[in-house]
Design a protein around this ligand. Structure first.
Ligand SMILES: [Zn+2]
Ligand SMILES: [Zn+2]
Length: 122
C-alpha cells in the first residue's frame, strides 16, 4: 500500500517546495499552476509528491491548465505531460507553439499573489 496522498511530501523535491518566484495563476487543494522558471510557460503541479495522482486529480489538473493556457495562448498550445526535470512528481506544461525558440528571450514573470495580472520582469 502506498501512503495516503496527504502524507506524500518530499522536502528535497523542488515541486513540493513550491517556491513562489514566478507568476501563479491558480491554486486549490489538488494542484497549483505557475510559470515554469525554465520554460516560461504555465505548468500545473499536483499538490502531493508522486507520479500517479488519482484519475480525478489528473483530470482536474489538466482542465485547470487548459483554461489558463487558452487565456494566454488562444488555441495555439499543447499539453505536455513529459516529466523531464522532476520525474517523480506529477506536473504538466502547457506549451505554446514557439515556446522553445522564445524560452531564452521571454521575460520572466514574477510572483504577485495568486490569480492576479501576470507581470514580467524587465
Ligand atoms: Zn518547464
Ligand atoms: Zn515533490
Amino acid at each position: 500500500m502506498s501512503p495516503a496522498p496527504d502524507q506524500q511530501h518530499d522536502p528535497d523535491c523542488e515541486l513540493c517546495q513550491a517556491d513562489r518566484f514566478t507568476h501563479w495563476y491558480h491554486e486549490d487543494e489538488i494542484c497549483w499552476v505557475a510559470d515554469c522558471e525554465a520554460c516560461g510557460v504555465p505548468m500545473v503541479v499536483w499538490r502531493h509528491h508522486g507520479t500517479e495522482p488519482p484519475d480525478a486529480d489528473v483530470e482536474h489538473a489538466l482542465s485547470v491548465l487548459n483554461g489558463i493556457a487558452e487565456q494566454r495562448f488562444g488555441d495555439a498550445f499543447s499539453i505536455d505531460r513529459q516529466m523531464r526535470q522532476v520525474p517523480d512528481h506529477f506536473h504538466a506544461h502547457a506549451r505554446d507553439t514557439d515556446w522553445w525558440s522564445k524560452r531564452m528571450t521571454r521575460p520572466l514573470s514574477r510572483y504577485t499573489g495568486v490569480g492576479g495580472d501576470r507581470e514580467t520582469i524587465g
